[in-house]
Design a protein around this ligand. Structure first.
Ligand SMILES: *Cc1c(COP(=O)(O)O)cnc(C)c1O
Ligand SMILES: [Zn+2]
Length: 441
C-alpha cells in the first residue's frame, strides 16, 4: 500500500495540509517554508530487504528497451513522489551517476576512503536535474487536474535555470528565468537560451533575483521552481538513496556538499532520514556543508553558535553557483546540521583553486563548487576531525565543462590573488617536426 503525500508546514502549524499539486510555497499561518510529508507507515509495510531487492531489479529492468525510463530518481519513485501517475513523468534520464573512489586525491589529503558522487553526469550537467524532474512532473499532473499554471519561473545562479529550461521544454511548458547579469558562466547562460526559455538578465545579484521571483509567485503570476518549493527537495534527496545503494547500504561517516541556498543540504538529510525510518540504513552520517569564504552566512552562524542565519551581501567567488548571501533554506539546513551532528567549513579562492587543480591532476575533473567541498574535507582532515579510517563522500554537483573559463584562467595564471601552482598553459611552437623534436629533447 502507498499512502498520500502532502505539503505541510515546516514548523508543523496545525491543519496546514495541501495537495502536492497546489501552487503554494509558504505556510499561510506562519509564512514559514513547506515540506512534503509522506505516509511513512505505509512505506514501512514493505521491509528493508524487499525495498533493496525491488530497486535492484528495477534498475536492471529499466535499462532495457529504447523507450525505457532511465532515471535514478524514478527508480525509487515510492520514496520520492508515490502519488505521481506514470504518464506525467517528465524525465531526461537523470541520476544513476558514478560513485568514484578518489584514491590518489584521498591519499594525498590523508583520507584514503574518499569517494566522489559524480552528479555532474546529468542531462544538463548539474545535480539540479534530480529535483527538476520531480517538480516539472508534478506540475504536469497539476495542469492535467485543471490547475491554472501558465509559466514556470526561477531565479538562478546558472544551474537551476538550465535544468528548468530543459525539463520545461521536454514538457512543452513556458519557462522564464531570472539571472544575475554577468555572474554566471557562458555555458550556463547558453543552456536556457538554447532550450527556448525567456531569459531575463537582472542588474543585481542572485538574492535580488530571488526576491523578485518570490514576489511574482506570491501574486500567482508564475509557478515558482526554486528550491523554496518543497517539490524540488523530494527529487534532490535521491542523491542519498543512490550513494547508499552504491555503498551496499553502508552509510559513510561524512558526506560533504557545496552549499549556497541550502536546499540541498536539507534534501540530503531528508533522504537519509527516510532510509533510516525504513530500516534500510542503521545510522546517519555527519553532513559537511561547505561554503565559499565570500558567501558564507551559514559558516558564520555555525562558528558563532547562532540559532539563525544572518543574511550578508555575498562577494564574488569562482564558485559562482553558491554565491548566495541570503539563503532561502537556512532554517532547513540548521535542522539538518542539528540532526546529523553536522559541520560547516569554508574555502578561500586560493583553497578551492588548489583543490580543483589537484583533483583534475588525478583525472577527476571538478567544478569550482566541488572543489570547495574537497577543500573543506582536506581542512577537516588536517584538523583531525576526519581521521584516516573515516569513509567520506563528496557530492560533485556540476560538470567541470560548464566552468571552462575558470580552468582557462587558472592555467594561464590569470586569477587575481591566487597562486596557480599547478598551471599548465599551452606551449606555442612553430608547425614543424624540427621544432617539436627540439622541444621534446
Ligand atoms: C545549486 C548548486 C549548489 C548548492 O545547492 P544549494 O541547494 O543552493 O545549497 C552547489 N553546486 C552547484 C554546482 C549548484 O548548482
Ligand atoms: Zn506554519
Amino acid at each position: 500500500m502507498i499512502g498520500v503525500s502532502e505539503l505541510c508546514c515546516f514548523h508543523r502549524c496545525e491543519g496546514v495540509r495541501f495537495a502536492v499539486t497546489e501552487p503554494i510555497y509558504r505556510c499561510p499561518n506562519c509564512r514559514g517554508l513547506l515540506e512534503v510529508v509522506h505516509d511513512v507507515d505505509a512505506l514501512r509495510e514493505t521491509s528493508a530487504a524487499e525495498w533493496k531487492s525491488r530497486f535492484q531489479e528495477r534498475a536492471g529492468a529499466a535499462s532495457k528497451g529504447p523507450k525505457a525510463l532511465h532515471s535514478g530518481v524514478w527508480d525509487k519513485r515510492e520514496w520520492v513522489m508515490p502519488g505521481l501517475a506514470d504518464e506525467h513523468i517528465v524525465s531526461l534520464g537523470e541520476g544513476r551517476s558514478t560513485l568514484s573512489w578518489a584514491r590518489q586525491l584521498g591519499a594525498s589529503m590523508g583520507v584514503p576512503e574518499l569517494y566522489v558522487k559524480q552528479c555532474g553526469q546529468s542531462p544538463t550537467g548539474s545535480f539540479k536535474d534530480l529535483g527538476m524532474t520531480v517538480l516539472v512532473s508534478v506540475v504536469k499532473q497539476a495542469i492535467a487536474e485543471g490547475r491554472p499554471i501558465r509559466a514556470l519561473a526561477c531565479a538562478s545562479t546558472g544551474d537551476t535555470s538550465a535544468a528548468l529550461a530543459a525539463y520545461g521544454a521536454q514538457a512543452g511548458l513556458p519557462v522564464v528565468v531570472l539571472l544575475p547579469r554577468g555572474k554566471i558562466s557562458t555555458a550556463q547562460l547558453v543552456q536556457p537560451l538554447a532550450s527556448g526559455a525567456k531569459v531575463l538578465a537582472l542588474d543585481g545579484d542572485f538574492d535580488q533575483c530571488m526576491r523578485v521571483v518570490d514576489e511574482l509567485a506570491e501574486e500567482g503570476r508564475v509557478y515558482l521552481a526554486n528550491s523554496m518549493n518543497a517539490l524540488r527537495l523530494e527529487g534532490q534527496k535521491s542523491v542519498a538513496f543512490e550513494l547508499a545503494e552504491q555503498l551496499d547500504w553502508q552509510i559513510p561517516d561524512f558526506i560533504a556538499l557545496p552549499s549556497g541556498n541550502l536546499g540541498n543540504g536539507y534534501a540530503l538529510y531528508l533522504g537519509l532520514r527516510l532510509m533510516l525510518e525504513l530500516g534500510v540504513i542503521t545510522r546517519l552520517p555527519r553532513l559537511i556543508l561547505a561554503q565559499a569564504e565570500s558567501a558564507n552566512p551559514l559558516y558564520r552562524a555555525f562558528i558563532d553558535g547562532a540559532p539563525t542565519v544572518t543574511p550578508i551581501v555575498a562577494g564574488p567567488t569562482l564558485a559562482s553557483a553558491i554565491r548566495i548571501g541570503n539563503p532561502v533554506s537556512a532554517t532547513r539546513a540548521l535542522k539538518a546540521l542539528a540532526a546529523t551532528n553536522g559541520l560547516v567549513e569554508q574555502a578561500s579562492e586560493q583553497e578551492l583553486c588548489e583543490l580543483a587543480a589537484r583533483a583534475d591532476r588525478t583525472g577527476l575533473s571538478v567544478c569550482p563548487h566541488t572543489a570547495v567541498a574537497l577543500a573543506a574535507v582536506s581542512k577537516l582532515a588536517r584538523a583531525g576531525i576526519i581521521a584516516p579510517h573515516h569513509r567520506v563522500v563528496v557530492i560533485s554537483t556540476a560538470s567541470a565543462l560548464k566552468f571552462t573559463e575558470f580552468k582557462v584562467r587558472y592555467h594561464e595564471g590569470a586569477i587575481p590573488e591566487v597562486r596557480c601552482e599547478h598551471a599548465n598553459a599551452p606551449v606555442p611552437i612553430p608547425a614543424t617536426a624540427t621544432a617539436v623534436r627540439a622541444w621534446l629533447d
